[in-house]
Design a protein around this ligand. Structure first.
Ligand code: DPN
Ligand code: ZN
Ligand code: CA
Length: 435
């Protein structure tokens, strides 16, 4: 019989929370190996905005659903992603009698059963070029996707990016995407991050209050900059995360404010002008490249990269001292075949630690008979004891193993073989402790 349970209550609870959350990252109770996300070059994001502005200018001043400026915007984003090695899909739908387009870009690799998705609506309203709403989110998401390519990132999860059409007509494109995903595909999306208006000229720093792990990841980024954030309250169902949330997918996102007014308290902590809207050009013709706060755009773009890197590649270790143990006795036949004791590690994303503690308790009357190995879930062998110690009794020792090249989750085995006659014994317990 195998008994393999996290022993400490707190650890078990934290692991359960991890498993339920479906996402990993700095939010978790456990320690998080720092993942170096790149600094997203502001100049690149601004160049995308300048290009989107040019597209609007050349197409009647907007990039709205059903207008030529929208299709040109989609073609522009798609060409950049194709050149960067993405697998892109143009999804078409019909709304208000016009063809609409979503662009989906998959970064090859990662676990197809754990998809981390980020998206932004690419359409503007008809009254203007839509540079803050939502060239800003679109451009920052694009530049983050290009940074993934530059880094040739090989995340644990599969990464997918989306640019939505007809958001301004009522989240039409994102609803279409979610509604047309087979249930089996929907359940593979472990998180959706939404970026809609992230360079507002009189900015606030708002974090969506939904999935706790995603939310905490953004908060951690801003805490690192020493910038306070607030929970986004301007409109919970007002952007493309809503269809994902309604489908049960954990969501999160960033927002720098639309037509709500910045309070005195907000101006105090963020700067800018109190008594004035976060974006006075919201949904109007003055939402041009002049309608962007570079600092907000820069910070939010870096926050996107931070979240993508951490939520897709982060190795979440369980709380310090989490123990997975098998206390079932396994007798070791005298001068016979190897036997094993198994411990199942669950709820940990990514690799095992470099200082995995392997607790071995073997009752035996001559440890010079014994060869003891730790076997990782993929079959890799780590020798712990090789017939040393002569006639001494019992192995009751904790070995430290660099297991950082092993995926943590799965069945770990302690393999024990008695290689000489007369003395015998049994495995009393086998445990793995996370540092
Ligand atoms: N997409 C805009 C809207 O639908 O009004 C801006 C917005 C985004 C407003 C997120 C609230 C929350
Ligand atoms: Zn918007
Ligand atoms: Ca023996």
């Amino acid at each position: 019989m195998n008994i393999s349970v996290p022993r400490r209550v707190t650890a078990a609870a934290a692991l359960a929370a991890l498993a339920l959350g479906g996402l990993t990252g700095t939010a978790s109770a456990g320690s998080q190996a720092a993942v170096a996300a790149p600094d997203i070059p502001l100049a690149n994001v601004k160049q995308h905005l300048a290009d989107l502005q040019s597209i609007a200018t050349a197409n009647g001043g907007n990039r709205a659903h059903g207008r030529t400026g929208y299709k040109a915007s989609i073609d522009f984003v798609k060409a950049k992603l194709d050149a960067a090695g993405y697998t892109t899909t143009l999804q078409t739908f019909t709304s208000s009698g016009a063809t609409g387009y979503n662009l989906i870009a998959d970064w090859p690799g990662g676990d197809p059963n754990q998809v981390l998705m980020a998206g932004s609506h690419l359409d503007s309203v008809t009254s203007g070029p839509g540079i803050n709403d939502n060239g800003s989110g679109s451009a920052a998401t694009l530049e983050t996707a290009l940074a993934v390519s530059r880094a040739q990132l090989q995340p644990t999860k599969h990464l997918r990016f989306g640019w939505w059409g007809a958001e301004e007509l009522g989240l039409i494109g994102s609803k279409y995407y979610v509604n047309n995903l087979p249930a089996s595909e929907r359940s593979k999306i472990s998180g959706y991050l939404n970026f809609d208006m992230i360079g507002s000229p009189n900015p606030g720093y708002f974090v969506y209050d939904d999935d706790p792990t995603i939310e905490q990841t953004f908060k951690d980024y801003y805490a690192g900059l020493g910038i306070p954030t607030e929970i986004e309250t301007e409109g919970d169902g007002r952007s493309d995360h809503a269809p994902f949330k309604n489908a049960g997918i954990p969501v999160g996102g960033l927002f720098s404010g639309a037509d709500y007014t910045k309070t005195a308290a907000q101006a105090q902590k963020w700067g800018g002008t109190s008594g004035q809207a976060f974006d006075r050009c919201y949904h109007s013709s003055c939402d041009t490249t002049a309608n962007i706060n570079d600092t907000a755009l820069d910070r939010n773009a870096d926050a996107i990269a931070y979240a993508i890197w951490n939520l897709s590649t982060g190795t979440t270790t369980p709380p310090t001292g989490t123990v997975f143990e098998n206390t079932a006795d396994v007798s070791v036949p005298d001068n016979g075949a190897a036997v094993t004791s198994t411990v199942n590690v669950t709820g940990v994303t990514g690799n095992a630690p470099s200082t995995l503690k392997v607790g071995v308790n073997i009752v035996h009357t001559y440890i010079g008979d014994l060869v003891v190995d730790l076997i990782a879930p993929d079959g890799s062998v780590y020798n712990l004891h090789n017939r040393s110690g002569g006639s001494a009794d019992n192995i009751n020792q904790t070995y430290t193993v660099n297991a950082s090249s092993e995926v943590a989750n799965g069945a770990w085995k302690l393999r024990v073989q008695d290689k000489a006659s007369v003395d015998t014994g049994y495995v009393n317990s086998f445990k793995l402790t996370f540092p």
